[in-house]
Design a protein around this ligand. Sequence first.
Ligand code: ZN
Length: 161
Amino acid sequence: MSVSEEDLVHLERAVALAREAASAGDGAFGSVLVDAAGVERFADRNRETTLGDETRHPEFEIARWAATNLTAPERALAVVYTSGEHCPMCSAAHAWVGLGRIVYAASSAQISAWRADVGLPASAVAALPITAVAPGLVVDGPVDRFADELRSLIVGTATAP
Ligand code: ZN
């Protein structure tokens, strides 16, 4: 599936949440859950620093929220938009609760390369593609127009807006 104009609107929102996370000192990642009618139902951003819990990723929060608040058919038709490709923990959670398509702005491979370029250590968790963890998921990304801003946010060289 290709990335539509409507997809880009939701991705912009995910990137805005990533910006908010970076401003708060958290990892620069944001995600949005959109239902089959195109309505945003839940959104969050990384909160690992502010909450002192490295598992506080927005995609994981979305999976938990969806398990409680959506039916299985609603989950299957929902789309998750995220600024950075799901990590293995979040890919697994997404698949376990039966959520639908994922659209990401930056890939795990891009993010790993950006970190390595500026000498940051590799993540403690392998940067596997979503489909290496959950082969049945429908995934679109990366979307090049967001790459420069996300690179700056993630490796901490962003100039203040
Ligand atoms: Zn994650």
